[in-house]
Design a protein around this ligand. Sequence first.
Ligand code: ATP
Ligand code: MG
Ligand code: MG
Length: 382
Amino acid sequence: GATLGVMGGGQLGRMFVHAAQALGYSTAVLDADPHSPAGLVSHHHVQKAYLDAEGLQQLAAVAQAITTEFENVPAEALRTLAQSRPVAPSGDAVAICQDRAAEKAHITASGVPCAPFALIDSEASLARVSDTLLPGILKTARMGYDGKGQVRIQSRAELAEAWAGLGRVPCVLEQRLALHRELSVIVARGVDGQWVHFPVQQNLHREGILAVTEVPAPDVDPALAAQAVAHAGAIAQSMHYVGVLCVEFFVVKAADGRLSLVANEMAPRPHNSGHYTIDACDVSQFELQVRAMAQLPLVAPRLHSPTVMLNLLGDLWWRDGVERTPAWDAVLALPGAHLHLYGKTSARPGRKMGHLTLTGADAASVRAVALQAASLLGLPAW
Ligand code: ATP
Ligand code: MG
Ligand code: MG
């Protein structure tokens, strides 16, 4: 049978491997970590760095098509692989998503609004910053995730200090918006340009990290939801994107009460806010990743149950300075509870260790059970 390859061995790679194997493929993971969550469950595990020529050769030798689960995989590695194998998404598309300046330029060119921002890459650009961007958030242009590499600033003095603190690497300064809600949309697009999407997800972040996803989005009217989907599709189309793409949106409220969408950022891969699709949809985001890269039909996925997803961070493994296993038996006694653990050995606080998806007959009962699960785990209500 055929083998599908994935760059990166994290939890997204692990769930990709599960989906590929369910469709009868063998899998190959490239990740230097011998204990990577995806490497542990894959047929092949190439334990080399992303730019290691020998590692790339080994992956291309065994895999007939290649994707990525890591948004910061060097675009150059994807371009090298693409000389001998189909690679989806392309190095060019991933390169756009890796750089906040390129990403915002692409989003804007697709006709989708972004938060007001300025590129900070020199003392001169720092001096030129408009006061209308304050208070703001300074974000490193590259390599940030889970709110890392971001500093909230009030004043120009704080801005200069924060940029120095980030090592004066290229950054974007974004105006800090009053967020009414946060949403995301996941689309999958094939080489033929056909694309499908999941329903709009409503997301709650805590300390810059996704905490809760609810679908259907409880506080989003159908017109706004349709616009979010259209925006995500436009962004994928104009990149000639192939694979699964997630676009994060902010909902902002104008003085007159009108709600509008602002694109935040995108991820060139399945997304944490789409983990619910494994248990609540007839086709998951990982299966669509497999289908897109293997040039199989992309069917429109259908949500068959209202759902809430709770992220399980390493903090849950610690109580009063002592490491312990959370009370899974109590959680699994709840109706419609689907527990996913990623096989990570060390439960550092803030580390994504797993997630819990709740499904049920109607949104109100799913929410009630999700709140029960949160309470059992010691997570705050929302
Ligand atoms: P991810 O793990 O999603 O890739 P990231 O580190 O790339 O995270 P962002 O998505 O840019 O970070 O920001 C993380 C969170 O910080 C957002 O989901 C939002 O809650 C908040 N945030 C980011 N930018 C702004 C902004 N301009 N105004 C208000 N809040 C913001
Ligand atoms: Mg990000
Ligand atoms: Mg984000």
